[in-house]
Design a protein around this ligand. Structure first.
Ligand code: NAP
Length: 259
């Protein structure tokens, strides 16, 4: 299927690795020019070169912390007017609900709620003026069903979800859509860290931790960042203009819910 977005310009935040990179790859495959971002310049520049060479599109790499206001300003300056925005950043650390103080909550809100909101506030007005735009926020399946050690993530991402539920409907008639993608377990560096933590806790190998985790997923496997990216590209496509304010779970069936 032609997604009909060749030539559009997309900003994909936190995209040198993992789910962000999957989204950048799929948008490049659809013919979009990219602005990619991550904090470490080396892996970001390598990813940008690989994607540009594989898909023949222009890729601008901006090494900056998207959560830091100065870093975000640098990214926005390089991005200019974009048609597509994919928001993403690292997730908050795990813990127990009594562990966290106000500063921990502020950090989580900054990373996983206020940063995507600031990016939308900066870029969506231009999309509205031009009459076409797509925003996809990478959130988490913890929005549908809480993940017990991830209380900071559960809280901050619920705030973003509330914001997008209202805002997406305020702007839908302008040709601009906002939707959220809710990943479950995907094969990325973040999950490697969680598998290592589980392996250490239970005195087992990472392979065993991975096998046990995969057995708990109805699909029987981890998700692939490439397939996640293709769903993102579809939501950013010309065909997805009637999908508004949705929360789409990509988790191999792990969240047990009827709707
Ligand atoms: P990942 O494989 O660790 O990749 C994270 C990417 O984001 C890297 O490119 C990293 O590069 C960049 N990054 C992190 N913090 C950044 C910042 N402040 N500014 C700019 N770039 C930043 O992680 P992932 O698994 O793709 O996860 C992406 C998001 O999805 C996270 O919020 C995670 O909590 C959420 N999530 C993931 C899963 C999963 O199974 N993977 C499940 C649910 C939710 P640098 O380190 O160089 O900045």
């Amino acid at each position: 299927m032609d997604l009909n977005i060749a030539g559009k310009r997309a900003l994909v935040c936190a995209s040198s690795k993992g789910l962000g990179r999957g989204c950048a790859e799929a948008l490049a495959e659809a013919g979009c020019a990219l602005v990619m971002n991550a904090r470490s310049a080396g892996p970001l520049e390598a990813a940008a070169k690989e994607i540009s060479a594989a898909h023949g599109v222009e890729v601008t790499a901006v090494a900056a912390d998207i959560v830091d206001p100065a870093g975000r300003a640098e990214v926005l300056e390089a991005a200019g007017a974009v048609d597509i925005l994919v928001t993403n950043a690292g997730g908050p650390p795990p813990g127990y609900w009594t562990d966290w103080d106000r500063d921990d909550f502020i950090d989580a809100l900054d990373g996983n709620m206020l940063t995507p909101i600031a990016l939308m506030q900066a870029l969506v007005p231009g999309m509205i003026e031009r009459g076409w735009g797509r925003v996809v926020n990478i959130t988490s399946r913890s929005v549908k069903a809480p993940l017990l050690p991830l209380g900071l993530s559960n809280s901050a991402r619920a705030g973003l979800t509330g914001f997008t539920a209202g805002t997406s409907r305020q702007i839908a008639s302008k040709g601009v859509t906002i939707n959220n993608l809710l990943p479950g377990v995907h094969d990325t560096a973040r999950i490697d860290q969680m598998d290592d933590a589980m392996a250490e806790q239970q005195g087992i190998s990472r392979e065993d931790a991975r096998r046990i985790r995969a057995e708990g997923i109805p699909a029987g496997r981890y998700g692939d960042p490439g397939e996640f990216g293709k769903m993102c590209a579809f939501l950013c496509s010309d065909h997805a203009g009637y999908i508004v304010g949705q929360n789409i779970v990509l988790d191999g069936g792990e969240t047990f819910a009827t709707i």
